[in-house]
Design a protein around this ligand. Structure first.
Ligand SMILES: Cc1cc2nc3c(=O)[nH]c(=O)nc-3n(C[C@H](O)[C@H](O)[C@H](O)COP(=O)(O)OP(=O)(O)OC[C@H]3O[C@@H](n4cnc5c(N)ncnc54)[C@H](O)[C@@H]3O)c2cc1C
Length: 378
Protein backbone atom coordinates (compact mmCIF):
# COMPACT_ATOMS: atom_id res chain seq x y z
CA UNK A 1 0.00 0.00 0.00
CA UNK A 2 1.32 3.46 -0.89
CA UNK A 3 1.66 5.54 2.29
CA UNK A 4 -0.31 8.77 2.67
CA UNK A 5 1.85 11.86 2.07
CA UNK A 6 1.17 14.74 4.45
CA UNK A 7 2.63 18.22 4.07
CA UNK A 8 2.86 20.02 7.43
CA UNK A 9 3.48 23.79 7.41
CA UNK A 10 4.92 25.12 10.68
CA UNK A 11 7.34 23.62 13.17
CA UNK A 12 5.96 25.05 16.38
CA UNK A 13 4.59 22.64 18.96
CA UNK A 14 1.47 21.81 16.93
CA UNK A 15 3.22 21.19 13.59
CA UNK A 16 5.94 19.06 15.21
CA UNK A 17 3.46 16.94 17.17
CA UNK A 18 1.17 16.53 14.13
CA UNK A 19 4.20 15.37 12.12
CA UNK A 20 5.14 12.85 14.85
CA UNK A 21 1.58 11.49 15.04
CA UNK A 22 1.35 11.14 11.24
CA UNK A 23 4.68 9.30 11.05
CA UNK A 24 3.61 6.97 13.86
CA UNK A 25 0.44 6.25 11.86
CA UNK A 26 2.50 5.26 8.82
CA UNK A 27 2.49 8.46 6.73
CA UNK A 28 5.30 10.09 4.75
CA UNK A 29 5.68 13.64 6.09
CA UNK A 30 7.10 16.80 4.53
CA UNK A 31 7.63 19.34 7.32
CA UNK A 32 8.12 22.95 6.18
CA UNK A 33 9.05 26.08 8.13
CA UNK A 34 9.97 29.58 7.08
CA UNK A 35 12.65 29.51 9.81
CA UNK A 36 14.59 26.56 11.25
CA UNK A 37 13.18 23.20 12.43
CA UNK A 38 12.42 23.60 15.25
CA UNK A 39 11.73 27.24 14.62
CA UNK A 40 13.17 29.78 17.04
CA UNK A 41 10.63 32.27 15.71
CA UNK A 42 7.67 30.10 16.75
CA UNK A 43 5.42 31.24 19.60
CA UNK A 44 6.11 27.84 21.10
CA UNK A 45 9.87 28.44 21.21
CA UNK A 46 10.15 29.91 24.68
CA UNK A 47 11.85 28.76 27.85
CA UNK A 48 8.76 27.68 29.82
CA UNK A 49 5.11 26.85 29.29
CA UNK A 50 2.74 26.00 32.13
CA UNK A 51 0.75 22.77 32.01
CA UNK A 52 -2.10 22.92 34.54
CA UNK A 53 -5.63 21.64 34.57
CA UNK A 54 -7.83 24.06 36.48
CA UNK A 55 -9.96 26.34 34.31
CA UNK A 56 -12.26 27.97 36.83
CA UNK A 57 -15.94 27.44 36.11
CA UNK A 58 -15.21 25.27 33.06
CA UNK A 59 -15.53 21.53 33.64
CA UNK A 60 -14.93 20.65 29.98
CA UNK A 61 -11.64 22.54 29.70
CA UNK A 62 -10.47 21.25 33.08
CA UNK A 63 -11.16 17.64 32.09
CA UNK A 64 -9.37 18.12 28.76
CA UNK A 65 -6.38 19.70 30.50
CA UNK A 66 -6.13 16.77 32.92
CA UNK A 67 -5.84 14.45 29.91
CA UNK A 68 -3.37 16.81 28.23
CA UNK A 69 -1.12 16.63 31.28
CA UNK A 70 -1.01 12.85 30.93
CA UNK A 71 -0.37 13.15 27.20
CA UNK A 72 2.66 15.38 27.79
CA UNK A 73 4.07 12.73 30.12
CA UNK A 74 3.56 10.17 27.33
CA UNK A 75 5.31 12.41 24.79
CA UNK A 76 8.22 12.90 27.19
CA UNK A 77 8.55 9.17 27.83
CA UNK A 78 8.42 8.35 24.12
CA UNK A 79 11.16 10.86 23.27
CA UNK A 80 13.33 9.84 26.21
CA UNK A 81 14.21 13.48 27.06
CA UNK A 82 13.27 15.22 30.30
CA UNK A 83 11.49 18.52 29.74
CA UNK A 84 8.37 18.35 31.97
CA UNK A 85 9.11 19.54 35.51
CA UNK A 86 6.41 18.82 38.05
CA UNK A 87 6.74 22.12 39.91
CA UNK A 88 3.00 22.14 40.66
CA UNK A 89 0.55 24.96 39.98
CA UNK A 90 -1.38 27.32 42.23
CA UNK A 91 -4.47 29.41 41.50
CA UNK A 92 -5.38 32.12 44.02
CA UNK A 93 -9.06 32.92 44.47
CA UNK A 94 -11.61 34.02 47.09
CA UNK A 95 -12.06 31.30 49.75
CA UNK A 96 -15.73 30.97 48.80
CA UNK A 97 -14.73 29.80 45.28
CA UNK A 98 -12.36 27.07 46.43
CA UNK A 99 -14.91 24.22 46.84
CA UNK A 100 -16.20 24.61 43.26
CA UNK A 101 -12.66 24.49 41.84
CA UNK A 102 -11.77 21.48 43.96
CA UNK A 103 -14.87 19.73 42.65
CA UNK A 104 -13.64 20.30 39.07
CA UNK A 105 -10.21 18.87 39.82
CA UNK A 106 -11.23 15.87 41.90
CA UNK A 107 -8.22 14.09 43.38
CA UNK A 108 -5.80 16.43 41.53
CA UNK A 109 -6.57 19.52 43.67
CA UNK A 110 -5.72 20.68 47.21
CA UNK A 111 -7.09 23.66 49.11
CA UNK A 112 -4.81 26.24 50.73
CA UNK A 113 -6.21 28.73 53.22
CA UNK A 114 -5.17 32.35 53.21
CA UNK A 115 -2.93 31.67 56.23
CA UNK A 116 -1.26 28.69 54.56
CA UNK A 117 -0.61 30.75 51.44
CA UNK A 118 1.31 33.48 53.24
CA UNK A 119 3.15 30.97 55.46
CA UNK A 120 4.30 28.81 52.53
CA UNK A 121 5.11 31.58 50.08
CA UNK A 122 6.26 34.57 52.14
CA UNK A 123 7.88 36.22 49.08
CA UNK A 124 4.54 36.60 47.38
CA UNK A 125 2.05 39.18 48.66
CA UNK A 126 -1.24 37.65 47.59
CA UNK A 127 -4.16 40.11 47.78
CA UNK A 128 -5.59 40.13 51.31
CA UNK A 129 -7.91 37.30 52.26
CA UNK A 130 -7.36 35.14 49.18
CA UNK A 131 -7.12 31.37 49.47
CA UNK A 132 -5.90 29.05 46.68
CA UNK A 133 -6.19 25.72 44.95
CA UNK A 134 -2.96 23.79 44.38
CA UNK A 135 -2.36 21.18 41.67
CA UNK A 136 0.70 19.26 42.88
CA UNK A 137 0.99 17.14 39.71
CA UNK A 138 0.96 20.10 37.31
CA UNK A 139 4.12 21.77 36.14
CA UNK A 140 6.27 23.51 33.60
CA UNK A 141 7.45 22.23 30.23
CA UNK A 142 10.80 23.53 29.07
CA UNK A 143 9.29 24.42 25.73
CA UNK A 144 12.46 24.95 23.68
CA UNK A 145 13.86 21.64 24.93
CA UNK A 146 10.64 19.80 24.04
CA UNK A 147 10.66 21.30 20.53
CA UNK A 148 14.28 20.29 19.98
CA UNK A 149 13.56 16.72 21.12
CA UNK A 150 10.58 16.47 18.75
CA UNK A 151 12.59 17.86 15.82
CA UNK A 152 15.47 15.43 16.52
CA UNK A 153 13.06 12.48 16.57
CA UNK A 154 11.61 13.58 13.22
CA UNK A 155 15.06 14.16 11.77
CA UNK A 156 15.89 10.50 12.41
CA UNK A 157 12.79 9.13 10.65
CA UNK A 158 13.28 7.90 7.07
CA UNK A 159 9.62 8.78 6.35
CA UNK A 160 10.25 12.50 7.04
CA UNK A 161 11.65 15.22 4.78
CA UNK A 162 12.44 18.54 6.44
CA UNK A 163 12.22 21.87 4.59
CA UNK A 164 13.66 24.58 6.88
CA UNK A 165 13.92 28.14 5.61
CA UNK A 166 11.04 27.77 3.11
CA UNK A 167 8.18 30.24 3.37
CA UNK A 168 4.81 29.10 2.06
CA UNK A 169 2.87 31.83 0.29
CA UNK A 170 -0.28 30.03 -0.84
CA UNK A 171 -2.21 26.93 0.10
CA UNK A 172 -4.00 25.09 -2.68
CA UNK A 173 -7.19 23.26 -1.64
CA UNK A 174 -6.03 20.34 -3.77
CA UNK A 175 -3.39 19.66 -1.06
CA UNK A 176 -0.37 21.58 -2.31
CA UNK A 177 1.66 24.53 -1.02
CA UNK A 178 3.50 27.12 -3.06
CA UNK A 179 6.80 28.57 -1.82
CA UNK A 180 8.03 32.16 -1.95
CA UNK A 181 10.45 32.32 -4.85
CA UNK A 182 8.73 29.47 -6.68
CA UNK A 183 8.24 25.75 -6.27
CA UNK A 184 5.28 23.64 -5.24
CA UNK A 185 5.06 20.78 -2.75
CA UNK A 186 2.06 18.47 -3.08
CA UNK A 187 0.72 15.77 -0.79
CA UNK A 188 -2.48 13.85 -0.16
CA UNK A 189 -3.31 16.26 2.67
CA UNK A 190 -1.89 19.55 3.98
CA UNK A 191 -1.84 20.63 7.62
CA UNK A 192 -1.16 24.31 8.31
CA UNK A 193 -0.04 25.15 11.85
CA UNK A 194 1.41 28.59 11.20
CA UNK A 195 0.74 30.12 14.62
CA UNK A 196 0.26 33.89 14.62
CA UNK A 197 1.22 34.08 10.91
CA UNK A 198 -1.84 31.98 9.98
CA UNK A 199 -3.94 34.87 8.67
CA UNK A 200 -1.51 35.32 5.73
CA UNK A 201 -2.50 31.88 4.43
CA UNK A 202 -6.21 31.73 5.24
CA UNK A 203 -9.41 32.70 3.41
CA UNK A 204 -10.31 36.28 4.32
CA UNK A 205 -13.62 35.05 5.74
CA UNK A 206 -11.73 33.11 8.40
CA UNK A 207 -8.80 35.47 8.96
CA UNK A 208 -11.25 38.30 9.63
CA UNK A 209 -12.67 36.40 12.60
CA UNK A 210 -9.34 36.20 14.40
CA UNK A 211 -7.68 38.74 16.70
CA UNK A 212 -3.92 39.07 17.10
CA UNK A 213 -2.62 39.57 20.65
CA UNK A 214 0.78 40.75 21.85
CA UNK A 215 1.92 39.96 25.38
CA UNK A 216 4.93 41.27 27.32
CA UNK A 217 6.80 39.04 29.78
CA UNK A 218 9.63 39.93 32.19
CA UNK A 219 12.55 37.62 32.99
CA UNK A 220 13.50 38.09 36.63
CA UNK A 221 16.64 36.63 38.24
CA UNK A 222 17.15 37.82 41.82
CA UNK A 223 20.29 36.52 43.53
CA UNK A 224 20.40 33.87 44.91
CA UNK A 225 17.36 32.80 42.93
CA UNK A 226 17.52 29.05 43.41
CA UNK A 227 17.22 29.17 47.20
CA UNK A 228 14.71 32.00 47.14
CA UNK A 229 12.31 30.28 44.76
CA UNK A 230 12.77 26.64 45.74
CA UNK A 231 9.40 24.92 46.04
CA UNK A 232 7.44 27.72 44.34
CA UNK A 233 4.84 26.35 41.92
CA UNK A 234 3.71 27.97 38.67
CA UNK A 235 1.06 30.54 39.58
CA UNK A 236 -1.26 31.13 36.61
CA UNK A 237 -3.39 33.47 38.74
CA UNK A 238 -2.00 35.49 41.64
CA UNK A 239 -5.53 36.79 42.21
CA UNK A 240 -4.85 40.44 41.31
CA UNK A 241 -7.18 42.62 39.26
CA UNK A 242 -4.42 42.84 36.62
CA UNK A 243 -4.44 39.06 36.15
CA UNK A 244 -0.81 38.67 37.23
CA UNK A 245 0.94 35.31 36.70
CA UNK A 246 4.30 33.86 37.54
CA UNK A 247 6.42 30.93 36.37
CA UNK A 248 9.13 29.84 38.84
CA UNK A 249 12.70 29.04 37.82
CA UNK A 250 12.99 25.49 36.50
CA UNK A 251 16.35 24.00 35.48
CA UNK A 252 18.08 27.40 35.85
CA UNK A 253 15.55 29.39 33.86
CA UNK A 254 14.69 32.86 35.20
CA UNK A 255 11.38 33.61 36.91
CA UNK A 256 8.84 34.79 34.31
CA UNK A 257 6.42 37.52 35.30
CA UNK A 258 3.44 38.82 33.37
CA UNK A 259 -0.21 39.78 33.62
CA UNK A 260 -3.35 39.72 31.51
CA UNK A 261 -3.15 43.52 31.59
CA UNK A 262 0.12 43.30 29.58
CA UNK A 263 -1.69 41.50 26.75
CA UNK A 264 -3.22 43.74 24.10
CA UNK A 265 -4.88 43.32 20.69
CA UNK A 266 -2.62 44.59 17.87
CA UNK A 267 -3.08 44.95 14.11
CA UNK A 268 0.05 43.11 12.99
CA UNK A 269 3.20 41.31 14.10
CA UNK A 270 6.20 43.60 14.20
CA UNK A 271 9.16 43.15 16.56
CA UNK A 272 9.43 41.34 19.90
CA UNK A 273 11.06 44.18 21.78
CA UNK A 274 9.06 45.10 24.87
CA UNK A 275 8.19 48.81 24.81
CA UNK A 276 9.37 50.69 27.94
CA UNK A 277 5.81 51.46 28.93
CA UNK A 278 4.84 47.77 29.13
CA UNK A 279 8.06 46.82 30.89
CA UNK A 280 7.40 49.54 33.45
CA UNK A 281 3.75 48.49 33.77
CA UNK A 282 4.85 44.99 34.82
CA UNK A 283 7.64 46.25 37.09
CA UNK A 284 5.21 48.55 38.92
CA UNK A 285 2.75 45.72 39.36
CA UNK A 286 5.25 43.15 40.66
CA UNK A 287 6.91 45.71 42.94
CA UNK A 288 3.80 45.50 45.12
CA UNK A 289 3.36 41.74 44.67
CA UNK A 290 6.82 40.35 45.45
CA UNK A 291 8.49 41.10 48.78
CA UNK A 292 11.98 42.56 48.23
CA UNK A 293 11.35 42.98 44.48
CA UNK A 294 14.51 44.31 42.84
CA UNK A 295 13.93 46.04 39.46
CA UNK A 296 17.65 45.66 38.71
CA UNK A 297 17.14 41.87 38.70
CA UNK A 298 14.80 42.16 35.68
CA UNK A 299 17.30 40.73 33.21
CA UNK A 300 15.12 40.88 30.14
CA UNK A 301 11.69 41.35 28.63
CA UNK A 302 10.18 39.91 25.47
CA UNK A 303 6.92 40.15 23.59
CA UNK A 304 5.11 37.15 22.09
CA UNK A 305 2.12 36.95 19.75
CA UNK A 306 -0.84 34.64 19.37
CA UNK A 307 -4.13 34.56 17.46
CA UNK A 308 -7.49 33.86 19.08
CA UNK A 309 -11.07 33.71 17.87
CA UNK A 310 -12.49 37.24 18.18
CA UNK A 311 -15.69 35.79 19.58
CA UNK A 312 -14.99 33.46 22.50
CA UNK A 313 -11.21 33.94 22.47
CA UNK A 314 -10.35 30.28 21.92
CA UNK A 315 -8.46 28.19 19.35
CA UNK A 316 -9.84 27.58 15.83
CA UNK A 317 -9.51 24.57 13.55
CA UNK A 318 -10.79 24.82 9.97
CA UNK A 319 -10.78 22.74 6.82
CA UNK A 320 -10.59 24.01 3.23
CA UNK A 321 -11.86 22.10 0.25
CA UNK A 322 -12.85 18.48 0.72
CA UNK A 323 -10.89 17.93 3.93
CA UNK A 324 -7.65 18.02 1.93
CA UNK A 325 -6.33 21.00 3.94
CA UNK A 326 -6.54 21.33 7.73
CA UNK A 327 -5.52 24.58 9.30
CA UNK A 328 -4.98 25.27 12.98
CA UNK A 329 -5.84 28.90 12.48
CA UNK A 330 -5.62 30.24 16.03
CA UNK A 331 -4.27 28.93 19.30
CA UNK A 332 -6.26 31.00 21.77
CA UNK A 333 -3.11 31.75 23.75
CA UNK A 334 -3.22 28.57 25.80
CA UNK A 335 -2.80 25.63 23.48
CA UNK A 336 0.73 24.59 24.35
CA UNK A 337 -0.73 22.51 27.16
CA UNK A 338 -3.40 21.02 24.90
CA UNK A 339 -0.97 20.47 22.02
CA UNK A 340 -0.68 16.64 22.27
CA UNK A 341 -4.49 16.28 22.21
CA UNK A 342 -4.97 18.83 19.43
CA UNK A 343 -2.16 17.36 17.31
CA UNK A 344 -3.56 13.85 17.62
CA UNK A 345 -6.99 15.07 16.52
CA UNK A 346 -5.56 16.93 13.50
CA UNK A 347 -3.31 14.00 12.55
CA UNK A 348 -6.32 11.64 12.63
CA UNK A 349 -8.21 13.97 10.29
CA UNK A 350 -5.22 14.28 7.95
CA UNK A 351 -4.88 10.48 7.88
CA UNK A 352 -8.59 10.15 7.04
CA UNK A 353 -9.36 8.37 10.33
CA UNK A 354 -12.13 9.17 12.82
CA UNK A 355 -10.62 11.92 14.99
CA UNK A 356 -10.02 11.24 18.65
CA UNK A 357 -11.89 13.87 20.64
CA UNK A 358 -10.04 16.63 22.47
CA UNK A 359 -12.95 17.88 24.58
CA UNK A 360 -12.35 21.35 23.06
CA UNK A 361 -15.45 22.25 21.11
CA UNK A 362 -13.72 24.33 18.42
CA UNK A 363 -11.34 21.46 17.62
CA UNK A 364 -13.90 18.66 17.75
CA UNK A 365 -16.25 20.69 15.53
CA UNK A 366 -14.01 22.45 12.99
CA UNK A 367 -15.18 25.20 10.65
CA UNK A 368 -15.53 24.26 6.96
CA UNK A 369 -14.72 26.39 3.94
CA UNK A 370 -15.86 25.38 0.45
CA UNK A 371 -13.24 24.84 -2.23
CA UNK A 372 -12.65 27.66 -4.71
CA UNK A 373 -15.27 30.01 -3.19
CA UNK A 374 -13.38 29.98 0.11
CA UNK A 375 -16.63 30.75 1.87
CA UNK A 376 -17.77 29.06 5.02
CA UNK A 377 -20.28 26.27 4.57
CA UNK A 378 -22.66 25.04 7.22
C1 LIG B 1 3.69 35.12 26.24
C2 LIG B 1 2.96 33.84 25.97
C3 LIG B 1 2.80 32.92 27.00
C4 LIG B 1 2.12 31.72 26.77
N1 LIG B 1 2.00 30.83 27.80
C5 LIG B 1 1.36 29.65 27.60
C6 LIG B 1 1.27 28.67 28.65
O1 LIG B 1 1.83 28.84 29.74
N2 LIG B 1 0.58 27.51 28.40
C7 LIG B 1 -0.01 27.28 27.17
O2 LIG B 1 -0.65 26.25 27.00
N3 LIG B 1 0.12 28.17 26.15
C8 LIG B 1 0.78 29.34 26.32
N4 LIG B 1 0.89 30.25 25.29
C9 LIG B 1 0.32 29.91 23.97
C10 LIG B 1 1.20 28.87 23.24
O3 LIG B 1 2.54 29.25 23.28
C11 LIG B 1 0.71 28.74 21.79
O4 LIG B 1 -0.65 28.34 21.85
C12 LIG B 1 1.45 27.67 21.01
O5 LIG B 1 2.83 27.77 21.21
C13 LIG B 1 1.13 27.83 19.51
O6 LIG B 1 1.85 26.85 18.79
P1 LIG B 1 1.71 26.69 17.22
O7 LIG B 1 2.52 25.51 16.83
O8 LIG B 1 0.27 26.75 16.83
O9 LIG B 1 2.35 28.04 16.60
P2 LIG B 1 3.86 28.54 16.62
O10 LIG B 1 4.59 27.96 17.76
O11 LIG B 1 3.86 30.02 16.49
O12 LIG B 1 4.49 27.90 15.29
C14 LIG B 1 4.13 28.37 14.00
C15 LIG B 1 5.27 28.03 13.04
O13 LIG B 1 4.83 28.24 11.70
C16 LIG B 1 5.89 28.81 10.96
N5 LIG B 1 5.28 29.55 9.84
C17 LIG B 1 4.41 30.56 9.91
N6 LIG B 1 4.05 31.00 8.69
C18 LIG B 1 4.73 30.23 7.82
C19 LIG B 1 4.79 30.21 6.38
N7 LIG B 1 4.07 31.07 5.64
N8 LIG B 1 5.60 29.31 5.79
C20 LIG B 1 6.34 28.43 6.53
N9 LIG B 1 6.33 28.42 7.88
C21 LIG B 1 5.52 29.30 8.53
C22 LIG B 1 6.58 29.74 11.95
O14 LIG B 1 7.92 30.02 11.56
C23 LIG B 1 6.51 28.90 13.23
O15 LIG B 1 7.63 28.08 13.37
C24 LIG B 1 1.57 31.46 25.48
C25 LIG B 1 1.73 32.38 24.44
C26 LIG B 1 2.42 33.56 24.67
C27 LIG B 1 2.60 34.54 23.53
Amino acid sequence: MIPVRIVVVGSGVIGLLVAVECVRAGAQVDLVDQAGIPSRRATSHDRQRVIRALHRGDATLTRAALRAHQSWLDVERRLGTRFYHRAGALTAMPAADVPASLALLGASGRALSSGELSARYPRIRFPAGLAAVAEPAAGVVLADRALTALACWLHDQPAVRLYPGRRVVTIDEAAAVRFAGGGVLAGDRVVVAAGPWSRDLLPAALGGDLTLYRQSVLSYAPVPSRETWAGTPAIPALGTGHGAWLIPPVANTPVRLSAASACRAVAEMTDRVTPDRWRQHLIDHFRSLLAGFDPAAVIGATDGYYLAATVGGGPVLATLGDDAVWTYAACGGMSFKFAPLIARNIADRAMGRPPRRTGLDSIDRPRRFAAARREEVA
